[in-house]
Design a protein around this ligand. Structure first.
Ligand code: ADP
Ligand code: MG
Length: 365
């Protein structure tokens, strides 16, 4: 595996040199750029995982460079070093900055944050070309409509057959069970498709507590998986005094539930079944990122399949729809300007982290 690469973008040579030395001593590969142009030149060939960015560059504004970075390398984790105006922070978070370090920078804090950003996360992409997107948008409602009505009729009819049949007749009762399960499966599939194309409902944007949301999702998870959840050890950590987030409650719930479901499904054959959920906050009070990390000890994802994650309909499950991660990506990255990162080792487990920007609800005028 190649060393993790950090790009320091800073005109202050002393800072750049000492930080480079320090990070190298910690096993990182480090390169430096003293202005924006140099940084742009280095980003594509070197594809660093983390950039330490000083906003006061001699040749361009830091925000301008951030916009370029988002175009060229949207998954580069940017940490801002040095002075930064309080009122600029939320804009910078919108531009993807994940942490802030006023100078003088405390090396161990910086290292912790870099490790967090770089060491284990692999960003996920869910690219849908515009053509595909519009095809899906047009075709799904039609397909769903065509499937839903006959399905409801089948479901209703089979219930009547069930009530009027002699269920001691084994082949008959088995056949009824199969029809019911299949109807349920197709209904689930349709629901997933609907979730994928449904436009965002603005009414669900509220300020809420992530601890409460995650607890609700865990209750729902127990309901979905019934007895099989008993074999799983679930550890939760909620950082004390977590800030509230302003986001679409229903959508974030859907994301967390999708991720939890994937985690449980991945552990169906595992000897050790342990699920860890951590909710933490990074950054200054009232801003920064709220992180939800979901870690399982399941089968993991093969390296050659990692690239497919989030692509609609990519699934390795017999009965998967391959829409769960695509929905999560759409909600977190497109609709909430958050980040979603996934790290997985085959036969060891998977860690998914979502980062939501912390901001308060807009004041009513
Ligand atoms: P589905 O669950 O219907 O397959 P998803 O979009 O939720 O669709 O997931 C797509 C694929 O990503 C899964 O089929 C699986 O291969 C992989 N995957 C997602 N989460 C995990 C996980 N926690 N552990 C292992 N593989 C996972
Ligand atoms: Mg899934």
């Amino acid at each position: 595996m190649t060393a993790k690469h950090v790009l320091i973008i800073d005109p202050d040579r002393d800072f750049a040199e000492s930080t480079k030395k320090f990070l190298r001593s910690q096993g990182f590969r480090v390169s430096c750029a003293s202005n924006g142009k140099q940084a742009i030149k280095k980003i594509a060939p070197e594809s660093p995982l983390v950039a330490l960015l000083c906003l006061e560059l001699p040749d361009m504004k830091g925000q301008e460079l951030l916009i370029r970075i988002n175009e060229m390398a949207p998954h580069l984790a940017v940490l801002v070093t040095g002075h930064c105006k309080e009122e600029e922070i939320s804009k910078l978070i919108d531009l993807g900055v994940i942490d802030f370090f006023p100078k003088p920078v405390n090396p161990s804090d910086l290292l912790k944050s870099i490790k967090n950003a770089a060491s284990f996360f692999r960003p996920m992409r869910a690219d849908l070309g515009t053509d595909e997107d519009s095809l899906i948008q047009k075709f799904f409602p039609f397909l769903i409509h065509e499937l839903r009505n006959p399905l409801q009729a089948i479901g209703g009819a089979v219930s009547i057959i069930e009530k009027r049949s002699n269920l001691k007749d084994k082949p008959l009762s088995q056949s009824i069970r199969i029809i019911k399960e299949e109807v349920q499966y197709i209904n689930g599939f349709i629901q997933n498709c609907l979730d994928f194309i449904r436009p965002s409902n603005k009414n669900f944007w509220i300020e809420f507590d992530l601890t409460e949301l995650v607890s609700q999702c865990l209750k729902r998870l127990a309901y979905i998986f019934e007895d099989s959840i008993d074999g799983i050890t679930i550890n939760t950590y909620f950082e004390p005094s977590l800030p509230k987030v302003y986001a679409n409650y229903e959508e974030i719930k859907e994301v967390v539930l999708n991720l939890l479901k994937n985690a449980v499904e991945a552990m169906d054959q595992s000897d050790i079944k342990a699920l860890e959920i951590r909710v933490t906050h990074k950054g200054l009070t009232g801003s920064g990122w709220a992180d939800i990390m979901i870690q399982d000890q399941g089968r993991g994802i093969r390296q050659d399949q990692v690239e497919n994650l989030g692509t609609p309909f990519f699934t390795t499950k017999l009965r998967g729809t391959g829409l769960g991660l695509a929905i999560c990506h759409k909600i977190i990255v497109e609709r909430h300007k958050g980040k979603m990162m996934i790290e997985s080792r085959e036969n060891q487990g998977t860690t998914v982290t979502i980062k939501l920007p912390v901001r308060s609800a807009p004041r009513a005028t």
